[in-house]
Ligand binder design. Structure first.
Ligand code: DGL
Length: 279
């Protein structure tokens, strides 16, 4: 048993899409979340920059005494997982791509035609293709970057014709030319437009890594006997810029979560705290 919180982080609000699944599946687990809203999006930045930001956030989570770190971001998982595990060898660090790749292999057969959508950095890393091919080389994988999705989602432009047009702009040819029957949402922001994608392409099976990663968290907690038995607690969500959009998206993301789940949102600027000598 281990009642310490699980640390989640993302470049912004995308990683929040995993939290309702965690709350429903493992309701006794306490969460500390860090969304780097001041510096999002990461998905078109240089890998060296993403590594630096990720180190700062994991240091903060470790200092907050988390028992496990979940990289609820495909862009960071695809570029920094190995380095972060080396930096903190004693803390289990879960990336979002490996469990999702396993789920693709579980759900798809050799006739499947699988499309992965993600940020520029995730797609350029070929992390999904590499992990999936390692597990089942005969699967057909296609990849495409959709860099305008994250800024629109962070702006709350979702139930909207502009979002539908943007989805069609990136995905019409991709789906049709490759004859896709499956799409992997290779960015934690994308579950927020899953309904749009399903409506535009009803034939597609959608694999959502934000929910799949919860199974991996559960397996690791079980293997290490680290499940919590918390009952009355508050989940804390830090943002480097507690913007109006971030706060507005909370209702949308937490719509199906029980009212009694307590959540607290706080602004926390890592760079400023470091300069002040607080970290
Ligand atoms: N949510 C992040 C991911 O899963 C990316 C968003 C960004 O570009 O910052 O890749």
């Amino acid at each position: 048993m281990d009642n310490r919180p699980i640390g989640f982080f993302d470049s912004g609000l995308g990683g929040l899409t995993s939290i309702p699944y965690l709350m429903n599946t493992l309701p006794q687990e306490r969460v500390i979340y860090y969304g780097d809203t001041a510096r999002t999006p990461y998905g078109s930045k240089a890998v060296t920059t993403i590594r630096r930001f990720s180190r700062e956030i994991t240091d903060f989570l470790v200092e907050s005494n988390v028992k496990m770190i979940v990289i609820a971001c495909n862009t960071i998982s695809s570029t920094c997982l190995g380095e972060l595990r080396q930096r903190f060898p004693d803390i289990p660090i879960v990336g979002i791509i490996t469990p999702a790749a396993q789920e693709v292999v579980n759900q798809c057969d050799t006739a499947s035609r699988i499309g992965v959508i993600g940020t520029k950095v995730t797609i350029a890393s070929h992390a999904y293709r590499n992990f999936i091919e390692e597990l089942k080389p005969e699967l057909s994988i296609f990849e495409t970057a959709c860099p305008a999705f994250v800024p629109l989602i962070e702006e709350g432009i979702i139930d909207n014709e502009i979002m539908d047009m943007t989805i069609r702009y990136y995905m019409d040819d991709f789906v049709e030319k490759n004859g896709l029957d499956t799409v992997v949402l290779g960015c934690t922001h994308y579950p927020l437009i899953q309904e749009n994608i399903s409506r535009i392409y009803p034939q597609l099976r959608i694999i959502n890594p934000s929910s799949v990663v919860i199974g991996q968290i559960d397996r690791i907690l079980t293997a290490r006997d680290m499940h919590a038995e918390n009952s009355d607690f508050t989940n804390v969500f830090y943002a480097s810029d507690l913007s109006e959009n971030f706060v507005n998206m909370i209702d949308h993301i937490f719509a199906d979560v029980d009212e009694d789940k307590k959540v607290k949102f706080m602004n926390f600027d890592l760079e400023k705290e470091r300069k002040n000598g607080l970290l």
